[in-house]
Write a protein that binds this ligand. Structure first.
Ligand code: VG1
Ligand code: CO
Length: 580
C-alpha cells in the first residue's frame, strides 16, 4: 500500500467525554470526521509510540462500526502501526478489549499496546442514533485526561491525516491473518475469536464448577438479557456452554446494529422484557419468575442484577460483592487490596470498607480513575451507581464479571444446600447485608436532553449556592422541616493519589448531618443537549427500618433537592426522564 497525506480542516466539538467521543451517526459519517479524531489520537500518543504498535480495533457492533473499522485499519497502516487485531465481525465487548490488551499473545508472540473501542455504550444505535469511539491504553484502561485533553487540542488544529487509501478492505467475518506491504514494511490484520480470551480470563477468576452446580440445581432459575448488545457474543459461550444454563434463559443475545431499536441500557426503565420476566413489571404473569436475572448494556461493561421480584441497586451490588469476594471468589482468596467507588455512588461500600478495614477511595465519575489505583496495587473491587462494577482483573467495568460474581456468591451461600428445600436468594443476601451494615436508600433522577444553556445556568447557580451553608439551610428548612441540616457542601475535586493529577468540577455535593447526600452533575456521555443527573441518598442504620420502598423513603430529600436546584425553574421540567 501507499501512504496518502490528506488535507483536512478541524471539526468543532470533538472533545472526548466521560468515556470517549459520542455523537449522532450523521455527525460521525461526515467526510473526514472520524479520520480527524483518529489522527488526533495518533498524534497525541506521539509517532514514537504508534510506530510498530499492535492495536486492537473493535466494538459493540453498532451501526457504522464496520466502516469505521476499515478506516481505522487503513489509517493505522499509514501511521506505521505494525498490526491491528480485530474481533470476529468487529465484535469485542469493552471489558473483552481490556482483557485482550492485557492477556492476549498474538500468533507471533506480540502484545497489544492500545485499542480503539467503537461504542457509544448504553446509547441507542442505528443510522439515526449514536456512534462513539474511545482509546484505551497499554494497561487496558481508558486514556487518562492528559491524553484525552491532548486529543481534543489536536482536533482543533489538525491539517492533515495519513491513510492507506489503496489498501483493500479486510474481511473481518472470518478469523485469520491478512498481510500487506507498505513503504516501511509489513502490516498485519489479525481477526480472532471475540470470546476466547475473555472466557479464559473468567475461568481463571471464578469457580466455574461450583457455579454450574448452582445452575443445574432444579430450584435455581436464571435469565440473562444482552439487550441485543455485544454481551450476546459471550453469553452463550459462558452461561450455556461453560456453565450449563438453558438456552432459553438467554434473551436478546444476538448482537444487532441497532440493538433492536431499543435503548441498550440495563436499568428498570429500558430492560423492559427482563424486568417483566423477573416479576417486577406491572404484568401479572402466571409464570413463576426466575431466581436470578441480569442484563448488560450495548458494550457489555454495565450490569443490572435482579432477584425474583427484587432489584439490587448498583451501589449495594458493589458493596455486597466486596463483602463476600474473599469467601466466594477464588481470585480474591488472599484478600482485597482496597475498594473504590465513584463520588455519586452511595456510601454502602464505605461501610463495608470500614468493617473490613480496607483501603477506600472516592474518585470522579468514569472508569479511568480506578485504573491508576489498580495499577498501583491499591484497589481490587470498585463500582459506580450507574450499573458499573468491576475489579483489577482488567481496567474497565465488566458486566459479565459482575453476573459471575453474583452467581459465585449465590453458589457459595448455597453450596451445602443445593438439594435443600429453599435456596438462599438474591433478596435474602441483600436483606442480610442491610441488617449487618445498614441500608443506603438510593435513587438517581436524570433530566435528559435539557437545553444546554439552561443546564449550565443551573450548575452555575449551584456552584454559587454551595458556598453558603446559611443560604442552603434556609432553603432546606423552608422545604422540609423533617430533613436534617446540610453540614457541608462543595464542588468535588479529586487529586489522584498515584500521579497527583487534579480533576476539578466533578459535581456539586450537599452533605447532610444524618449522612444523607445530594449530588448534582452534568453527564459527559450524551450526544445531544445536556443531561442533568441528580443523585439522592439516605443512610438507615436501624434494621427495623431498612425494608421501606426507596422512592417513598427518599421523597423528602427529593423535594429538598428540587427546591435547592430550582430544577423546574431552570429546565422547565416537572419530572425526570429516567429514574434509576
Ligand atoms: C455515565 C455514568 C458513569 C459511567 C459512564 C460510562 O457517565 O454516569 O458512571 O462511567 O456513563 O459508562 P455520565 O458522564 O453520562 O454521567 V458506559 O457503560 O456508557 O461507557
Ligand atoms: Co457501557
Amino acid at each position: 500500500f501507499k501512504v496518502s497525506k490528506v488535507t483536512t480542516t478541524p471539526f468543532d466539538g470533538q472533545k472526548p467525554g466521560t468515556s470517549g467521543l459520542r455523537k449522532k451517526v450523521k455527525v460521525f459519517i461526515q467526510p473526514q470526521y472520524l479520520q480527524n479524531f483518529v489522527q488526533s489520537t495518533f498524534n497525541a500518543l506521539t509517532p514514537a509510540k504508534v510506530r510498530g504498535a499492535t492495536l486492537v480495533v473493535s466494538g459493540d457492533g453498532r451501526y457504522y462500526s464496520k466502516d469505521a473499522i476499515q478506516i481505522i485499519i487503513k489509517m493505522s497502516a499509514a501511521n506505521g502501526v505494525r498490526r491491528v487485531w480485530v474481533g470476529q465481525n468487529g465484535l469485542l465487548s469493552t471489558p473483552a478489549v481490556s482483557a485482550v490488551i492485557r492477556e492476549r499473545v498474538g500468533a507471533d508472540g506480540s502484545k497489544a499496546t492500545g485499542a480503539f473501542i467503537l461504542t457509544a455504550s448504553h446509547n441507542p444505535g442505528g443510522p439515526h442514533e449514536d456512534f462513539g469511539i474511545k482509546y484505551n491504553m497499554e494497561n487496558g484502561g481508558p486514556a487518562p485526561e492528559a491524553i484525552t485533553d491532548q486529543i481534543f487540542e489536536n482536533t482543533k488544529t489538525i491539517t492533515e491525516y495519513l491513510i492507506a487509501d489503496d489498501m483493500p478492505n479486510v474481511d473481518i467475518s472470518a478469523t485469520g491473518v491478512s498481510s500487506f506491504q507498505g513503504p516501511e514494511g509489513q502490516f498485519d490484520v489479525e481477526v480472532f475469536d471475540s470470546a476466547s480470551d475473555y472466557v479464559k480470563l473468567m475461568k481463571s477468576i471464578f469457580d466455574f464448577e461450583l457455579i454450574s452446580k448452582l445452575l443445574s440445581s432444579p430450584k435455581f432459575t436464571f435469565c440473562y438479557d444482552a439487550l441485543h448488545g455485544v454481551a450476546g457474543a459471550y453469553a452463550n459461550r459462558i452461561f450455556v456452554e461453560e456453565l450449563g444454563a438453558q438456552e432459553s434463559s438467554l434473551l436478546n443475545c444476538v448482537p444487532k446494529e441497532d440493538f433492536g431499536g431499543g435503548h441498550p441500557d440495563p436499568n428498570l426503565t429500558y430492560a423492559k422484557e427482563l424486568v417483566a420476566r423477573m416479576g417486577l413489571g406491572k404484568s401479572n404473569s402466571e409464570v413463576e419468575p426466575p431466581e436470578f436475572g441480569a442484563a448488560a448494556d450495548g458494550d457489555a461493561d454495565r450490569n443490572m442484577i435482579l432477584g425474583k421480584r427484587f432489584f439490587v441497586t448498583p451501589s449495594d451490588s458493589v458493596a455486597i460483592i466486596a463483602a463476600n469476594a474473599v469467601a466466594a471468589i477464588p481470585y480474591f482468596s488472599s484478600g482485597l487490596k482496597g475498594v473504590a467507588r465513584s463520588m455519586p455512588t452511595s456510601a454502602a461500600l464505605d461501610v463495608v470498607a470500614k468493617h473490613l478495614n480496607l483501603k477506600f477511595f472516592e474518585v470522579p465519575t468514569g472508569w479511568k480513575f480506578f485504573g491508576n489505583l489498580m495499577d498501583a496495587g491499591m484497589c481490587s473491587v470498585c463500582g459506580e451507581e450507574s450499573f458499573g462494577t468491576g475489579s483489577d482483573h482488567i481496567r474497565e467495568k465488566d458486566g459479565i464479571w459482575a453476573v459471575l460474581a453474583w452467581l459465585s456468591i449465590l453458589a457459595y451461600k448455597n453450596k451445602d444446600n443445593l438439594s435443600g428445600n429453599k435456596l438462599v436468594t438474591v433478596e435474602d443476601i441483600v436483606r442480610q447485608h442491610w441488617a449487618t451494615y445498614g441500608r443506603h436508600y438510593y435513587t438517581r433522577y436524570d433530566y435528559e436532553n435539557v437545553d444546554a444553556g439552561a443546564a449550565k445556568d443551573l450548575m452555575a447557580y449551584l456552584v454559587k449556592l454551595q458556598s453558603s451553608l446559611d443560604e442552603i439551610n434556609t432553603i432546606v428548612k423552608g422545604a422540609r422541616s423533617d430533613v436534617s441540616n446540610v453540614v457541608n457542601a462543595d464542588e468535588f475535586e479529586y487529586k489522584d493519589p498515584v500521579d497527583g493529577s487534579i480533576s476539578k468540577h466533578q459535581g456539586i455535593r450537599f452533605l447532610f448531618g444524618d449522612g444523607s447526600r445530594l449530588v448534582f452533575r452534568l453527564s459527559g456521555t450524551g450526544s445531544e443537549g445536556a443531561t442533568i443527573r441528580l443523585y439522592i441518598e439516605q443512610y438507615e442504620k436501624d434494621s427495623s427500618k431498612t425494608g421501606r420502598d426507596s422512592q417513598e423513603a427518599l421523597a423528602p430529600l427529593v423535594e429538598v433537592a428540587l427546591k435547592l436546584s430550582k430544577m423546574q425553574e431552570f429546565t422547565g421540567r416537572s419530572a425526570p426522564t429516567v429514574i434509576t
